[in-house]
Design a protein around this ligand. Structure first.
Ligand code: NAD
Length: 443
């Protein structure tokens, strides 16, 4: 996952050991013939993620009939993945084709909604990378167009199709960790690639890149290869850590806690280390209020603690920790002690009290502090998530049913991510009115 994504290769390296990776990478793409996945797809935006999703489409059993991108090198790479794939720089050429049933939109964020909306109006179902939209109005427009056209949208936070997410939901819903009032999310990614200082290909030029088309609804400016290949660092094209990472983390939170929108968000952050060539923060922390529980997101591109994306659901009977590879159940022993305040009581008060409470099943009157016991359980998943997410989408297309991360769900996490950015940029707490579907500056 992540936008320095844990790729299928990395997932396998981490979870089954590097030795198997060579064999997996060399394996043919169409591993399983699945009639329900025979969907003809066009890829729009074939950079790092689009090319990964293209391979996942093929592995899942779908057809990739055309690939669209604005950099010639990415189109050549697509043809290395699948020889003779037709390519184009113009996404409308993809939408005109009657054989295309669905499109994958994996462009820079500022093109997600414009392409997805045109695709739905052209009769295509859409697998749209996260964040679903570059702005809140665009997200709301996507919901409207999806309803009007009856076209399906699957948003690409593949964690919703991870086995660990479903295991965690099962544990949470069966009461294993009690009531959850607090969720802690974290992401640490301190290296240059983690901070989106991606290398620029040496052949990048106005000849190999369709710069004018790339700008789209962004302000006009001269060719700038960094703004093309490192788009996440500028608000005109990207959405910073919130669009990149919060959406992955919050997708799991919204799914397990059955919520669509936060009620409010307050962010702090700044550019501390990766100065000079970016507008978006490299530390961005946000506190969300969801009414019945709070979520704190700690996102940090400058130092490391645990690595990766971690979500901790903190219940009153235990904690559930979701990582990119596993679900971990840490139930608490609810034992506790009267000891600390009793230290201040005189003997003639304390001793009768201790005697009266000596059979209390929970409280320990004898010791000063009782350490909670943890009898943990670990569930390790065997798949990275993207292929299963695509399969969920393909099955939804065949059945004309909503996929797991539908447009309403994607709208909720997009709104949450934009609330974090607006709070950071405007230096104020922001509130969401879920009835009127609008931002407010007061509760
Ligand atoms: N789900 C995940 O785990 C995951 C991982 C990485 C990236 N992403 C998302 O995928 C998207 C792309 O990220 P990336 O890392 O691949 O970036 P990238 O810069 O490598 O690729 C983006 C591509 O979009 C193309 N593009 C831009 N505008 C276009 C247009 N109008 N028509 C056709 N092509 C266009 C560019 O040519 C570029 O090749 C982002 O929204 C990101 O958030 C998701």
């Amino acid at each position: 996952m992540t936008d320095k994504t844990i790729s299928r290769r990395e997932f396998l390296e981490r979870s089954v050991g590097g030795a198997m990776v060579t064999g997996v990478a060399a394996a043919p793409l169409n591993l399983v013939a699945r009639p329900e996945a025979k969907v003809t797809v066009g890829i729009i935006g074939a950079g790092i993620r689009g090319l990964e999703v293209m391979q996942s489409v093929l592995r899942a059993g779908g057809n990739v009939a055309v690939v669209c991108d604005l950099y010639d090198g990415h189109l050549r790479r697509a043809q290395e993945i699948q020889a003779n794939t037709p390519t184009t720089r113009d996404y409308r050429k993809v939408l005109e084709r009657s054989d295309i049933e669905a499109v994958v939109v994996a462009t820079s964020d500022h093109w997600h909604a414009p392409v997805a909306i045109e695709a739905m109006r052209a009769g295509k179902d859409v697998y749209c990378e996260k964040p679903m939209a570059h702005t809140i109005p665009e997200a709301l427009e996507m919901v409207k167009v999806s309803r009007e056209t009856g076209r399906l949208v699957q948003v690409g936070s593949q964690s919703l199709s991870m086995q660990s997410t479903h295991k965690g939901k099962e544990w949470l819903e069966s009461g294993q960790i009690g009531n959850v009032y607090m969720v802690q999310c974290s992401i640490y990614r301190p290296d240059p690639v983690g901070a989106w200082k991606y290398p620029v290909p040496p052949d990048a030029s106005p000849q190999t890149i369709d710069w004018e088309r790339y700008l789209g609804n962004a302000p006009k400016r001269p060719f700038d290869a960094a703004r093309f290949f490192q788009f996440r660092n500028w608000w005109d094209y990207g959405t910073g850590i919130a669009g990149d990472e919060y959406v992955h983390l919050l997708s799991r939170v919204h799914f397990l806690m059955n919520v669509q929108f936060p009620k409010s968000a307050a962010s702090y952050g700044g550019i501390y280390k990766w100065t000079g060539d970016r507008e978006v923060p490299d530390i961005h922390n946000t506190l969300y209020d969801y009414g019945k529980f709070q979520v704190v997101v700690m996102a940090n591109l400058v130092s490391n603690f645990e690595g990766g994306e971690i979500v901790r659901f903190m219940g009153d009977k235990g904690t559930l920790v979701l990582t990119e590879e596993s679900a971990n159940l840490l139930p608490y022993d609810l034992g506790w002690s009267y000891g600390y305040p009793l230290e201040s009581w005189p003997r003639d008060t304390k001793e009768p009290f201790v005697a009266a409470h000596k059979n209390d099943p929970l409280a320990d009157v004898g010791t000063y502090y009782r350490q909670p016991k943890r009898k943990g359980e670990v569930f390790r998943q065997t798949a990275e998530g993207t292929e299963d997410h695509l399969l969920n989408f393909f099955r939804a297309i065949k059945a004309r049913q909503q996929p797991i991360e539908n447009v309403d769900f994607g709208c909720g996490t997009a709104v949450a991510c934009h609330m974090a950015n607006i709070s950071y940029r405007e230096k104020k707490q922001v509130f969401w009115d879920a009835e009127k579907l609008e931002l407010r500056s007061e509760a």
